[in-house]
Design a protein around this ligand. Sequence first.
Ligand code: C2O
Ligand code: CU
Length: 512
Amino acid sequence: PVTRYYDLVISRTELAPDGLLTEVFTVNKQYPAPIIHANKGDRIVAKVTNHLGKSEPTAMHWHGMFQRGTNWFDGVVGMTQCPIPDDVSFVYDFSTGKQAGTFWYHAHTRAQFAEGIRGPLIIHDPDDPYREKYDLEYVVTLSDWYHDAIAELLEIRSRPNYVGRYNCSAAPEGSKCRKDNPLAVYKFESGKKYRLRIINTSALVHYIFSIDSHPLTIIEADGSYTKPYTVNRLPIGIGQRYSVIVKADQKVDNYWIRATIDSRCILSNNETINFDSAINYNVTGILRYFGAEKIDPTTSAFTDELPTCLGVPQNVLKLLRPEKVPEPVTDNILFNITIRPDEHNVTLAFVNNSSFVGDKYNPTLKQLAMHEIKSINELPRKRNAYALENPDGVVDITILNANGGIHPFHLHGHNFYVLGTGPGLVVDKSQLNLVDPFPRDVFVVNGTSWAVFRFKTNNAGVWSFHCHIEFHVEMGMIAQIVELPKEISKLKLPQATLDLCKKYSSFKSSFP
Ligand code: C2O
Ligand code: CU
């Protein structure tokens, strides 16, 4: 294993991701952010420098990385660290351990990832069991895009105002808009096989990904190898990743790559959002064979039925190398999810009737590790903390989604086996798969439905559990899992983590 150094400078840059020139929060002036590459077992040292200006703090999360023994580099403001103030650098330093596959990194504060701070994190596997099955690989990031400042959208609990190639005739007067904004082109050589690593980095939308005339064979999901499973359309929830193998076995030509937004899957406060007409529900790119003319494709989409909003059905995903489901269960956590107006008539999201409010000045990890508190019972209720005390315990998280909308739930520090899901708010035990459930780190729970996730307590730390719809995060749909608090109290936090809190306490943020 080697150490991979990355320098990530966060700043504001004028870019036109969809044709309309706007201010983008960029990493090294790029959008999407640059790809971070490492091999399995490598150590990643990433220096994040905040040059956002306007007193805007930030932090970086490495989505899907277990951060075993390095909880303080998980990047969650208010849980594992204080924010990085303007003009300050913070060095994240963690091992990729035994993990390999497709991951991503993104800001984990104030919806900044929707402003642009999101990029792929690829852990290559020298022992990749599929290595002989493909010749080359590409990364595909899918994302929604917003022209209004996210902070404003959050206030009006809003809706995307644009996704895809922008219809410039709808652009505000005086703005700079390029009508024929170039589409992403992926070049394929006839006869070769490609691994596409597809990441849904959206703040709000679930995508259905497809390439005309080219079926997709799934081989990896959220960092676990699957038995090969072929689909024409790949539904991909927010935060989820898939690797698929695509054969360049069609005639030399151009083919549409489609990332379709299913409006049925976007609900806000129980109502389907009405997009304005400038919205493109069919974000497209081009698969171009070497030797094909440089023109837009004229191909048509697969005609099979659209998959549901819930992603690839859990029961078709099978681990390539089966694992034994951990037993017996030692801990149960129940999360009741609702969205409703609070006592001031502000619509918020609630986990067990409590809408999350963190403390940026005093992250939970620091409070526990520095013995500022003895147990999580001393935390305010709004911190939504749940302790897991049993070393080598087995936890079942049961979600009762009493809200009508779908929620892609994500856990930090672990993968969880999805034991089952079903309609209604009563778990049907006969529907639980204890034989070969698939582990992942994001699972999309349907509206008014239950789901049960299982994992082992073997990673001491404060781990965020939240819906990955950024608007719901900001509404408080978050809990923190405090895993093995006894061990946390023995942790020695790096000096840099403590220093960051000192710097932040004297920093005048323009935000609450
Ligand atoms: Cu992708 Cu809590 O994050
Ligand atoms: Cu949600």
